[in-house]
Design a protein around this ligand. Structure first.
Ligand SMILES: [Zn+2]
Length: 216
């Protein structure tokens, strides 16, 4: 009684294996095709030449004059912004151009520097930060903000829209805004209101002054 079952079952299994194998091959082919499409969708935009520079404005309030500076070991093109008048803590940080928020969170660690305790423990990295994708492979970054950003990942922002408040979280000595503009893979010299800032190399300490034209 057992023999017909044992001889029959491999045959039955065999007949069943064929359609299952075909289905598996079709599924694998579809998965492979989907993977190729997904990779192409990610890679092709990165290989395209960057678009024209967005009309960046200073990421601070319209009409205010700020000091832009760098120092040895900062990094080429990185800019630290300090207001030349008034309290730095809590000043509005604005989108330099319209775009989509790609990062809004914590980089490194916050540390404990606040308006009440400005000499508190120093954090690591950028602290509360935001990254905005402006299209055409252009991006801006805003570091060391006081509080969690006022925007969320995926959110569209207008030029001049407030994204956070100036602070000293992360690896920051004093309240300021660390700002970068990137084109494709690389940092580039920051431009504001149609002209370059002049902050290029970090071989020495130097500053320039610019007045914000980030106005409605
Ligand atoms: Zn900096």
């Amino acid at each position: 009684m057992l023999r017909p079952v044992t001889t029959g079952s491999p045959r039955r299994r065999h007949t069943h294996r064929r359609p299952r194998g075909r289905t598996t091959r079709i599924v694998l082919a579809l998965v492979a095709a989907a993977a190729v499409v997904a990779v192409a969708a990610l890679v092709v935009p990165m290989l395209l030449p960057p678009g024209p520079r967005p009309p960046f404005q200073l990421p601070v309030a319209c009409g205010e004059t700020w000091q832009l500076g760098t120092y040895p070991g900062h990094d080429d093109y990185d800019v630290d912004l300090f207001p030349i008048e008034g309290e730095a803590w809590g000043r509005p940080v604005l989108a330099a151009a319209a775009g989509t928020v790609t990062v809004a969170g914590i980089n490194g660690s916050l540390g404990g520097r606040t308006p009440e305790n400005p000499e508190g423990p120093r954090g690591r990295g950028g602290g509360y930060w935001v990254k905005i994708d402006h299209g055409g492979r252009w991006e801006t970054q805003y570091l060391h903000m006081l509080e969690p950003p006022l925007v969320q990942e995926g959110q569209r922002v207008r030029q001049g829209e407030q994204i956070g408040r100036l602070g000293s979280t992360g690896n920051s000595g004093a309240p300021h805004l660390h700002f970068e503009q990137r084109r494709g893979w690389e940092k580039v010299e920051t431009w504001f209101d149609g002209s370059p800032s002049g902050i290029t190399h970090d071989d020495r300490e130097y500053t320039v002054r610019r007045t914000s034209n980030n106005c409605d």
